[in-house]
Write a protein that binds this ligand. Structure first.
Ligand SMILES: *[C@@H]1O[C@H](CO)[C@@H](O)[C@H](O)[C@H]1NC(C)=O
Ligand SMILES: *[C@@H]1O[C@H](CO)[C@@H](O)[C@H](O)[C@H]1NC(C)=O
Length: 316
């Protein structure tokens, strides 16, 4: 049997189909895959809420009479004195544009109160919060750093969350940031195809119960990432909707998804090389001069290469 449709009906159906499809595409592009998040149950939010913790050592006034262009926020274990000392003498040395602060929790199995307090008196750059300092708790530390920035240094232009074992080319970073967006901006080593490790022996294990999705949203590797300071308050806010997982960089990525903020790549112009180098590289002044970070530096290595780099990087 043959059905003959009137031509006008065929045209009408075809045009409607095109309209419906394009409306769907437009709304998908506009909204991304986000759905309206619902706030966490009180008990779950309590784990990451800044209200739960208190400062044992704080530096509430460091930004009172200045607005740093770039604030380095360095999570570090309480006992890692040598790492802090190396950072202070190298890229983290206070300057016109930068300020460096170290964030610590409470060491497992007790206090180091007296030595940490002494160090804090001397340098005024340590912030200690009363949660147990452990790898699993780095997400709590990161959210405390965001809260600290939003509360005590909201006029900073940019902040960088950076580990103490990283080489930071502070000169190049500042130059690049002068032309960066002032709001809603986050950059670093972008990971856009991350997936949860279900193997319970992995350091990065996340159970299906904790995180049922099969993939992570775009995020920036936790070794070092840079963001406009406005994001600190926004990420803090978004954490009301995101269940804590023990991967701090993925967690920040989940908060960014709630906000609809996508991390920006940082690539060199000609070679498209990632400026946030995740590998360990042997020191070479002119290679390092064209990167923002390099991974895995022992305190002694940082101290060894810095004099050459800080004097010589301009001649590359
Ligand atoms: C931050 O900047 C605003 C406006 O420029 C100013 O009114 C305020 O006093 C500044 N706050 C701090 C803590 O510097
Ligand atoms: C994380 O910190 C909280 C608060 O101090 C503590 O109860 C918990 O045991 C810590 N978790 C780990 C895995 O260290």
């Amino acid at each position: 049997m043959r059905i003959i449709y009137p031509w006008s009906l065929v045209k009408f159906l075809a045009v409607s189909a095109v309209l419906v499809l394009s409306a769907q595409i437009v709304s998908r592009v506009a909204l991304g895959k986000r759905s309206t998040p619902s706030p966490l149950p009180v008990e779950e939010y309590r784990v990451i809420s800044p209200e739960t913790y208190r400062y044992i050592i704080n530096q509430p006034a460091v930004c009172e009479d200045r607005s740093p262009f770039l604030l380095f926020m360095v999570p570090v274990a309480p006992l890692e004195v040598a790492a802090r000392e190396a950072v202070r003498k190298t890229w983290g040395a206070p300057s016109q544009d930068t300020l460096t602060l170290f964030y610590v929790g409470v060491p497992e199995g007790g206090q180091v109160a007296s030595t940490l307090e002494e160090e804090s008196m001397k340098h005024a750059d340590i912030i200690q919060v009363n949660f147990q300092d452990s790898y699993q708790n780095l997400t709590i530390k990161t959210m405390m750093m965001m809260n600290w920035l939003a509360t005590h240094c909201p006029n900073a232009s940019y902040a960088m969350k950076v580990d103490a074992d990283i080489f930071v080319n502070v000169f190049y970073l500042i130059r690049r940031l002068r032309g960066a967006p002032r709001q809603g901006f986050i950059t670093g080593s972008v990971i856009r195809d991350g997936t949860p490790r279900r193997d319970s022996n992995s350091k990065w294990h996340v159970s299906e119960e904790l995180y049922p999705e099969d993939s992570f949203p775009w995020y920036v590797s936790g070794a070092g990432y840079v963001f406009s300071a406005d994001l600190a308050a926004r990420i803090s806010w978004a954490s009301r909707f995101v269940r804590m997982i023990p991967l701090e960089d993925v967690y920040v990525g989940l908060c960014l998804r709630v906000l609809g903020v996508r991390p920006a790549y940082s690539l060199s112009l000609l070679t498209f090389r990632n400026l946030f180098e995740l590998r360990k590289l042997d020191y070479d002044r002119c290679t390092f001069a064209k990167l923002v970070i390099v991974n895995q530096f022992k305190p002694s290595e940082l101290l060894r290469v810095w004099p050459d780099f800080s004097k010589g990087h301009t001649s590359c």
